[in-house]
Design a protein around this ligand. Structure first.
Ligand code: IMP
Length: 424
């Protein structure tokens, strides 16, 4: 299985980090292809908890870990994360950063926060890490890239050009203090000194690994429904988490990808604003939030829990070409005697659909059609393989497989690396 994409099949936070960490044990290279420090991956290994925002989860296994051209990089966050790892005795040496990745600059963070504030009730609920403004500048060709860090003259020039415009925006539109060229340039020159050794031609590196028959994992951040083009716009992130973007984000052809593993929770969560048909009522939501520790890794915000949504998952299978699924956090559902599964949406015109609505108004007003299925109401700690699951839990997994037409390859039954069941 040379190139495998691991993609979030919901609204992010599906537990990709843990699955990537697990598969990274048998891989040679682990790459992130989009996003930035808006991501939050939690991995529990050897009794220790690691929270990553920037780094590919593969860094824990000492594998070559790539941040591809499709990523946006906040050097301050990345260096803090690298320092944290080194303090815990884990080497950052295998990290490689594409020179084509874009930098998150201080004005991106300022504009993200100020823009959200200005939107008031209409705000997206971003992570306020500067993601949207950094990708916007990339598209406007005003961005500053990782490779610009390698030349202090170019770096200073680009900061000066950007500031000439950004400071006007900041002061006149957002009533924000302007940034000072000298201060920003010297801070980023400092970052440059430390990041220089990690900058590489990562497209060439991944291509060489694939030619060599090595196993490459391409790790998406966020999730399918947060995709800029195909997600629940405008409540989305500013990049493309879907599997097709792995090729552009890394700089390899789509024909190099052999396998797409979709990661879905056994239920759903969403952070930030936006429509959410299978959302649980507040009492139940609070219970699941506590059981599943559903609080944002990056922002600490409460996540909004919902029942498993097969309509949205079917959409994710289609958009990503998912070839198999990992179903995480099945243990959280052990608390319930009965479970609801959203099998269709009822649209405003009274019709029912099993396919994700193409029009925003239909989705915004979609009512969930739930089917009640038996719970298993017992812990899953003793299960060693998927075949050991209690009958109703097995039936739940098989229902997902039948509805989506793809096999469930892995099932998560707890937070630790070991608590992932595979087929026997
Ligand atoms: P941004 O990516 O910070 O611009 O935020 C845009 C939307 O994506 C907001 O609804 C965020 O809550 C959501 N989002 C961004 N990153 C993640 C993530 O890693 N997990 C879940 N939601 C995310």
């Amino acid at each position: 299985m040379p190139a495998t994409v691991i993609v979030g099949a919901q609204w992010g936070d599906e537990g990709k980090g843990k699955i990537v960490d697990l598969l990274a044990q048998q891989s040679d290279v682990v790459c992130r292809y989009q996003g930035g420090p808006n991501a939050g991956h939690t991995v529990i290994a050897g009794g220790e908890t690691f929270k990553f925002r920037h780094l590919p989860s593969g860094i824990l296994s000492g594998k070559t870990s790539v941040l591809g051209a499709g990523c946006v990089v906040d050097p301050a966050v990345l260096l803090e994360e690298l320092d944290g790892l080194e303090e815990r005795g884990i080497s950052a040496e295998p990290l490689r950063i594409s020179g084509n990745a874009h930098l998150i600059m201080p004005w991106h963070i300022a504009i993200d926060g100020a823009g959200e504030k200005r939107l008031g009730k209409l705000q997206i609920g971003t992570t306020r890490r500067g993601i949207g403004p950094a990708y916007a500048d990339k598209a406007a060709r005003l961005g500053i890239r990782v490779q610009d860090l390698l030349d202090p003259k170019i770096l200073r020039q680009k900061i000066e050009t950007a500031l000439a415009e950004k400071n006007i925006w900041l002061e006149r539109v957002y009533e924000h203090e302007p940034f000072e060229l000298r201060a920003v340039a010297s801070r980023y020159e400092g970052f440059a000194q430390r990041l220089r050794p990690f900058v590489a031609d990562t497209s060439l590196l991944v291509d060489a690994a694939l030619r060599d028959g090595q196993d490459v994992l391409l790790e998406g951040a966020q999730g399918t429904l947060l995709d800029l083009d195909h997600g629940t716009y405008p409540f989305v992130t500013s990049s493309n988490p879907i599997a097709g973007a792995a090729a552009t984000g890394i700089g390899i052809g789509p024909t190099r990808i052999d396998r797409v593993l979709g990661v879905s929770k056994a239920y759903v969560t969403r952070v930030g604003a936006g429509p959410f048909p299978s959302e649980m009522e507040p009492g139940l939501a609070a219970q699941v939030r506590e059981l599943g520790q559903e609080y944002g890794t990056v922002t600490g915000r409460d996540r909004r829990p919902g029942w498993l949504d097969l309509v949205a998952l079917r959409y994710a299978v289609r958009l990503n070409g998912i070839t198999s699924l990992a179903l995480t956090k099945l243990d959280v559902l052990s608390a319930f005697d009965e479970l609801e599964v959203c099998v269709a949406y009822r649209l405003p015109d009274g019709t029912e659909t099993r396919d994700f609505p193409a029009h925003q108004s239909d989705f915004h007003h979609a009512a969930p059609v739930f089917e009640t299925v038996p719970g298993w109401a017992e812990p899953l700690d003793e299960c060693a393989t998927l075949d050991d699951l209690p009958g109703p839990a097995r039936a739940y997994v098989e229902r997902v497989e039948r509805e989506l037409g793809v096999p469930v390859e892995l099932v998560g039954t707890g937070a630790a690396r070991e608590q992932v069941l595979a087929r026997s």
